[in-house]
Design a protein around this ligand. Structure first.
Ligand SMILES: *Cc1c(COP(=O)(O)O)cnc(C)c1O
Length: 447
């Protein structure tokens, strides 16, 4: 008996009696499949991950229904109101307001609270720039708080230290869909009698102690932008149990008008407003997409639990930890830390390239927002200088010092996108295999 060819693979198998089952396969497959793709070996993940978004006839029908209704805005149609009722129910809340996007959700709530010049607003440094932008749009001072390196979330202790008599509102973010430490944040807020707006834009369905994130503060903001877990291209929502608050938000996002129809009725309260309305097309697409959300979340969580288990055996790869209060995660990002000491000193950039070559896309994600010229430039903004003065703005730059975030984002932090986890366990095995292969060959790969 000689060696047997395996159809279609080009591999040659040894007879199982001679050297054990895979005895002399090692020199053939081994040398080849152990070679990093960046050095010419085969990809550990040769296939592709699911593409985003998922849709079928139900989204098509949703759009057709909206078109054929002939009522395309929320003021004349009723699809938005239907979505709001369904979304509130899913969130376990009394009220929901759909808006144009997540930024508008945040901006609307800040308008309802009355944030303005002279106010300080506390936000994490590790967030999407929108959280920062809504503060600056109100000519308030954004105070950027350092990161808890293990969880990638805002550090509650440092959040408390950042509070001053000028603090108007706290805006924690549930980064990557992973809940921030809501017990500590809500305790701090109650002690200081400060409102909390939760930026849950990345976390539709994540839970803290059995209750949805976004339901702990006075209001929670969600984004339905095309990369987000619930997607209508653009879109957003506010949730709350507070009737006065949702009514104020409605007026703010509707030119100061509280009525749900098209007629103009002045004098309903408030002196500032905008148009932040969503369309009926978006609302109806969301209703179709919402039917997929829970099953998708479950699939992501299952795959992530599986991958976490594989990563346990790979030193130098540390997934973001969850706080004790977390009872469900709607994963938007898989955030993890890379320790080059376990990869022969290979830089994070090189690791990203090597992993990409294996067919596994990863990226560094958010960086040092407090040090970006876009942000530091605020200290030279003429309106800020005029209102706050040069000294305050200089001190502001100092206050935004975030050493832990510097360390995390300059060489450790990495992300996988949520769509990778809509794949199979085989995909997870191949991700882990790619990392193992890179680790094994790190000294060869690192230059
Ligand atoms: C996406 C996002 C926003 C803004 O949402 P848009 O719908 O893009 O305006 C705000 N905050 C965070 C954390 C986000 O991820």
């Amino acid at each position: 008996m000689g060696a047997a060819a395996v159809a279609g693979t080009g591999l040659v198998l040894a007879p199982s009696t001679a050297l054990g089952r895979f005895g002399n396969i090692t020199p053939i497959v081994g040398s080849d499949s152990d070679m990093p793709a960046l050095l010419g070996g085969p990809k550990a993940h040769p296939g592709s991950f699911p593409s985003w978004p998922f849709y079928d006839g139900s989204e098509e029908q949703a759009l057709i229904d909206a078109i054929k209704s002939g009522r395309w805005g929320r003021l004349d149609g009723n699809l938005t109101a239907q979505f709001e009722a369904e979304y509130a129910q899913m969130m376990g809340m009394k009220h929901s307001l759909a808006v144009a996007n997540g930024t508008t959700a945040l901006y609307t709530m800040m308008g309802a609270i009355g944030v303005g010049p002279g106010d300080e607003v506390i936000i994490p440094v590790y967030t999407f720039v929108a959280t920062y932008n809504v503060v600056v749009l109100n000519y308030a001072l954004p105070i950027l708080v350092d990161t808890d390196i293990e969880t990638f979330q805002i550090d509650p202790q440092k959040m408390e230290q950042a509070i001053t008599p000028a603090t108007k509102v706290l805006i924690p973010v549930h980064m990557g869909g992973l809940p921030a430490n809501l017990d500590q944040i809500m305790a701090i807020a109650q002690k200081r009698n400060l409102p909390v707006i939760e930026d849950a834009c990345q976390a539709p369905g994540s839970e803290w102690k059995g209750k949805k994130v976004g339901s702990y503060g006075i209001g929670g903001a969600f984004s339905f932008q095309s990369t987000k877990n619930l997607n209508s291209g653009e879109g957003g929502a506010i949730i709350t149990d507070n009737k006065d608050f949702i009514d104020t938000c409605y007026r703010f996002h509707n030119q100061g008008q509280g009525n749900r129809g098209m007629s103009y009725s002045p004098g309903q309260g408030g002196t500032r407003a905008t148009n932040g309305r969503i369309t009926e097309f978006q609302a109806n697409i969301l209703r179709a997409q919402m039917a997929r959300l829970i099953a998708q979340d479950k699939r992501r969580s299952r795959n992530i639990a599986y991958l976490n288990n594989l990563f346990k055996d790979i030193p130098g790869i540390t997934p973001a930890k969850l706080y004790d209060g977390v009872t469900n995660v709607s994963y938007h990002l898989y955030m993890f830390r890379y320790d080059k000491a376990h990869f022969a000193g290979m830089t994070r950039d090189r690791f990203i390239r090597a992993l990409g070559a294996e067919g596994v896309a990863t990226w560094a994600g958010y960086g040092r927002l407090n040090k970006e010229p876009y942000v530091t430039g605020l200290a030279k903004n003429k309106h800020y200088l005029k209102f706050y003065g040069e000294k305050t703005m200089k001190e502001w730059l100092e206050r935004n010092h975030c050493p832990q975030n510097d360390k995390l984002t300059s060489e450790e932090s990495l992300w996988f996108g949520q769509t990778m986890f809509l794949g199979s366990t085989r995909d997870m095995d191949q991700i882990a295999e790619a990392v193992r292969k890179i680790q094994k060959n790190a000294s060869q790969l690192k230059n």
